[in-house]
Design a protein around this ligand. Structure first.
Ligand code: X8Z
Ligand code: ZN
Length: 636
């Protein structure tokens, strides 16, 4: 609405325990991963084994069509049971709810591998209709943790996945001697965000990184077993399976990710150089030397993935209007419900429908006082039939307000595609799903926030703009290399290019190469630092977030064009614009029914992912950064 650029920011709480499974949104009920273990190996045939159609040697295209229909029906039933069990478990963690979820998850795993093998019979069938071939393809890539058909191994894999997730979820650091007050990730992340004391930060960082040490042998076995599962269904390894979910050969996708990184790297490098110089002022040149990677504990976040928590340290111009939304949220006693309503009102302002009544009845907005829950934000459609919900532990912060928009983006995707067959109930690719809510937050301008009474003053002029862009960049631009490298590491691990004895070394080589950060203290192969990031022990693919950071600007630019806005991209807001809403809705309704370039074209007119919108958006900051960095020794 307003003519200044968006304020938003903030990372979602970089902490908390999350789902076990990757799925269309960030829900646990991922298609085919495991959410726990069952004690006994399930040797029996899957409960809902797809009926063996056309036993004859030569199946027909019609057999294939019927098979695809039946798999969609079976999966809807099975995934509903799985999501139900996972929801109950995640909102009430006990041994019983974990075991219950594990049993259902194993059933789904067994069904999916069986169905994929059966589908192989249709490989050479001529004349398959487009929907049938797409459905069979989506089935094959639907699982993020493929299980071996050997029931004992499948049970072992399920047990390991559950154990890893539990180690992360229960992770605590209780002081150097183990006898101090125990701190969980939430507490330690608060230190990372707020402290400016080098040693205090170091202790929080090293403390959290102790929790993943015991994960190493488990992770190694998970890699072995899931690779076996992947190979059984015809993939080179689990990483190749993940990369096959982008409507192009896995090798082409690897190149695509590198191409996009090449587009944004120069912008990241400029930000890195400027931020490092500011950090050197704060902590001293000896601690943060020019021309070297930055110690990983100084950027306000456990993984240095988003840097907005140290915005005050890098604020370009002092004396400009404050961009601190937290203060007003707290002062006005904003509660969780009001924050979610505010989020919904952004979507409905675009002409999108209100969330169903059940959303309000069944979501978890706040942390219950009387039981253990998974607080990591997620969005769900439990029945694949518009039973949409979010699960969060909302606090009155700007960070959570942004996360609410992110999660509602997932729910709006669900709510517009739930009538499709269940294998089409996904994002065009997983990066699309992660980008919807974020794209909308690019329209949350200071003007909008002022209207809501959440900012006192709208920043003005060049200085106000640079401050705003810096705040944005510390979240969006800073994230890019981390978004990419997590799976660069996993792809190498799954493929065997990185051997278990080099897990940690390879992780830090990538952290340094891409992010320009380094471990603040010596690390060895006794450590297992990748395990200190949730998505590794919980086996959630991560490249989606890298893609989403780029796509959200591409979406934003297209929506601004649809809204008829002609000004600079960083000044655009689509708030209240029905044309933009219609354009978005058309893409959401497609789900995964078509290859993603078709969906991208429907929204943007382009068939390629493209970071030029992100570069255009940050053009003013980029010029400013280059000016500031003159004479600096940039790079590492
Ligand atoms: O895990 C998440 C979301 C759930 S889809 C809260 N994110 C990544 C992370 O926290 O590391 C969002 C940004 C990146
Ligand atoms: Zn998400």
């Amino acid at each position: 609405m307003n003519s200044t650029s968006p304020v938003k920011s903030l990372v979602r709480a970089a902490l908390v325990v999350v789902p076990l499974i990757a799925s269309p949104g960030c829900t646990p009920s991922a298609h085919g991963s495991t959410a726990g273990s069952s004690e006994e190996a399930r040797t029996a045939a899957p409960a809902a084994e797809p009926q063996k159609s056309a036993e004859a040697a030569q199946p027909t295209a019609e057999d294939a069509r019927q098979f695809a229909t039946r798999v969609n029906e079976d999966l809807k039933r099975l995934w509903t049971r799985q999501a139900t069990a996972d929801w109950i478990k995640s909102t009430y963690i006990t041994d019983d709810t974990e075991r219950n979820a594990a049993v259902v998850n194993e059933e789904v795993l067994a069904y999916v591998s069986q169905a994929i093998k059966e589908a192989a019979r249709f490989k050479d069938v001529q004349g398959l209709d487009a929907d049938t071939s797409r459905t069979l393809h989506l089935l094959r890539v639907s699982s993020t943790l493929p299980a071996p058909s050997d029931a004992q191994k499948r049970a072992e894999l399920a047990a390991i996945a559950s154990k890893l997730d539990g180690l992360y979820g229960k992770g605590k650091y209780c002081g150097k001697d183990g006898k101090g007050q125990c701190k969980d990730l939430g507490d330690l992340s608060d230190v990372m965000a707020k402290s400016r004391n080098y040693d205090e930060l170091l202790e929080a960082w090293t403390g959290w990184h102790t929790i993943s040490t015991p994960m190493r042998p488990l992770y190694q076995r998970l890699v072995q077993l899931s690779n076996e599962g992947a190979q059984e269904i015809g993939f080179a390894d689990t990483g190749a399976l993940w990369r096959s979910n982008y409507d192009m050969p896995p090798e082409a996708f690897e190149k695509e990710a590198q191409r996009l990184w090449g587009q944004v790297k120069p912008l990241y490098d400029d930000l890195h150089c400027y931020v490092r110089a500011r950090l050197a002022k704060q902590y001293g040149e000896d601690k943060v030397p020019a021309g070297k990677a930055i110690p990983a504990h100084l950027l306000g976040n456990m993984w240095s993935q988003e840097w907005n928590n140290i915005y005050s340290m890098v604020e370009p111009y002092k004396g400009q209007p404050s961009l601190d939304v937290d203060a007003e949220l707290k002062r006005q006693n904003y509660d969780a419900l009001r924050m979610v309503k505010l989020g919904e009102s952004f979507f409905t302002s675009l002409g999108l429908k209100p969330l169903p009544e059940t959303f309000w009845q069944r979501s978890q907005f706040t942390k219950p006082r009387d039981r253990e829950v998974m607080c990591h934000a997620s969005a769900w459609d439990i029945t694949y039939d518009n039973d949409v919900r979010i699960k969060m532990c909302i606090k009155p912060t700007e960070e959570d307000l942004v996360t609410i928009h992110h999660e509602l983006g997932h729910d709006y995707y669900y709510t517009y595609y739930y009538k499709l067959p269940v294998l089409y109930q996904s994002g065009a690719h997983d990066g699309f799903h992660e980008a919807i809510g974020d794209a909308l937050t690019l329209s949350i301008t200071p003007g909008y926030l002022k209207q809501l009474g959440l900012l006192k003053e709208v920043p003005k002029g060049d200085k106000g703009l640079i401050n705003l862009q810096m705040k944005d960049a510390m979240e969006k631009v800073a994230f890019l290399p981390f978004g990419l490298l997590v799976d660069q590491w996993r792809w190498d691990v799954f493929s065997g290019r990185v051997k278990p004895e080099d897990y940690n070394k390879a992780w830090w080589a990538l952290r340094e190469k891409y992010q320009g950060v380094r471990a603040p203290v010596e690390r060895t192969e006794n450590d297992f630092d990748p395990g200190a990031k949730y998505h590794v022990p919980s086996n959630v693919p991560y490249t989606r977030y890298f893609l989403a950071r780029i796509l959200q600007f591409q979406f934003h630019r297209a929506l601004c064009q649809a809204a008829g806005q002609k000004g600079a991209l960083h000044e655009c807001s689509i708030y209240g614009n029905k044309e933009a809403g219609q354009r978005l809705q058309a893409m959401l309704e497609m789900g995964a029914s078509k290859p993603w370039p078709d969906a991208l074209q429907a929204l943007t007119g382009q068939r390629e992912m493209d970071a030029s919108a992100m570069l255009e958006y940050f053009a003013p900051l980029r010029t400013w950064l280059q000016e500031q960095n003159k004479g600096q020794k940039c790079g590492w």
